[in-house]
Design a protein. Structure first.
Length: 228
């Protein structure tokens, strides 16, 4: 009986260790913040954008672009100003820094991408505006409080491009936003529990620590019963 229990405890310990690796890997894979442009050609096909969501997190704010058919090419970069495509008219944004996000290969004539205006008012992210869609290219402007850097990465299930904008070192890093933001055809809010806003690294860290402790306890129990 003690051998069976020991085997079960050992199996539980192995599963716990595997869970720790799975839960910790997304956080470890996050790219660093920087100011250099980020782009990718994608796997081809069309990017059918369905929503733009925003959220406030510890030390940064997040914008998530969701597509229902994978992601094609995209680019994220700092620009001096945002202009509407194709009119070329200026797109004013709140904040002192502007990020231009573009998607290539959108079905602009049959499934136009959403073009919202979101006045988030977060510590880093001040505003998001659609900047037009023309000849299968959808454009968005992100107004950032300062040019403190950003990071961009993709997620699946559903397909998403996540753009995190960093709060300035002298700003309100980690403080909750004063409001949930306003927008059209979008969802906004604070915290890590928003739908389709990617993952929050702080809860993952706590979950990983709890799983490590549970695994250590399980191994200890297994050794105790094995000794008897």
């Amino acid at each position: 009986m003690s051998v069976t229990l020991s085997r079960r405890a050992g199996l539980l310990g192995a599963l716990t260790a595997a869970a720790v690796l799975v839960m910790a890997s997304p956080a470890a894979a996050l790219p660093p913040f920087g100011t250099a442009a980020v782009s990718a050609t994608g796997a081809g096909g069309q990017t059918v954008l369905t929503s733009v969501t925003v959220g406030h997190h510890q030390g940064f704010d997040r914008v998530v672009f969701t597509s229902r058919q994978g992601l094609g090419g995209y680019s994220v970069r700092y620009v001096a100003a945002i202009t509407a495509d194709p009119s070329g008219k200026p797109v004013p944004l709140l904040g002192s820094a502007a990020l231009l996000v573009t998607f290539q290969g959108t079905p602009w004539t049959t499934s136009p991408a959403p073009q919202p205006t979101i006045t988030a008012g977060f510590p880093a992210l001040k505003q998001v505006k659609g900047a037009g869609e023309f000849e299968a290219v959808a454009s968005y402007g992100l107004g950032q409080a300062t040019r403190a850097g950003f990071r961009a990465f993709t997620l699946t299930g559903p397909s998403r491009l996540v753009v995190d904008v960093a709060a300035s070192a002298g700003g309100a890093v980690g403080t909750p936003s004063t409001g949930a933001g306003t927008g059209t055809g979008t969802s906004t809010g604070t915290g890590g529990g928003l739908p389709n806003t990617g993952f929050d690294t702080v809860p993952l860290a706590w979950v990983g620590l709890a799983l490590v402790l549970a695994g250590a306890l399980t191994v200890g129990v297994a050794r105790r019963y094995r000794a008897t």
